[in-house]
Ligand binder design. Sequence first.
Ligand code: MEV
Length: 327
Amino acid sequence: MRAVAVSPAKVILFGEHFVVGGNTALSMAIDLPTIVTIEEAEKNAHIISNDLGLGITFSPQGEVLESVGLNAEGTLRPIFEVAKHTLDQMDQSRRGLKITVRSNVPIGMGLGSSAATAVSTVSGIATLFGKEMSREAIFEAAYSLERIVHGHPSGVDQATVTYGGLIAYRAGRIRAKLEITSPPLLVIGNTGMMRSTGKFVGKVAKMRTEEPDEYSRIAADAQRICERAMKALREGDQALLGSLMNENQKLLELIGVSSPELEGLITAARSAGALGAKLTGGGGGGCMIAITKPEYRSKVAGAIEQAGGRIVPSAFAPHGVRSSREE
Ligand code: MEV
């Protein structure tokens, strides 16, 4: 018997970083699946990622008993912590598990890879043991653990991959699930520069305490942009969304989370006819998004590649995490 759980990835359309300080963010699930298979094992936790060439065995207390591949513990311990927390919550602490992760989501690039893995792991474990877990409970479990591991995340990543679709998120909760007829046509460009979201969240937190007036002014502008973007999304006004993305990017530059590499790809996309472009996620590297008319899509993608970026192929994912049991 095993359970298989599949989560989408995510792109933040508007409001990253400002959401940590209490603003709204608009975030969209994309169909890059993270697939986690959960099987019962003797007593330890075996975690395997064939894509990364990593494997590790933890004792129930979290000691590393065996490990294969470079920095297997650094990469895979968060999955152990999520699994342990989920088993504890279900009074199944004595169970051993084999957890196999398969994913094409680039790690550390702002597309929610760690949230997708955590959410799939929680959902898969619950399904294996026949526990009904609401989306809210899955989100809470993944988010509460992320708070322990990473300091002060907003939870927007976990919410997006749990619920799917396009969400407006603020202060720990989904405020609205936006029902849209046609999702924005995005091109996602990856700078290939891995970075730590936590580091940039810390940098913005420093600005919030050291320059509160300046920060508040910028955050108020970011909130206004988000509110206008919500309306533009509902009305399918792509041109307005593009110019709001450009405005949002300026604010992200002001709080110091952009980078020359990101700006190189953003400028290339705009010059090739994109309606607008900005970084997405934690910044400092990772990915950018551009919104385009269909007829400019390949030109914009080509320009991003010419500027040194890699295109991440993806489409809107209306569904969040799903899991099932297999004999
Ligand atoms: C990361 O995808 C989004 C950030 O706003 C961090 C967070 O919300 O926890 C940068």
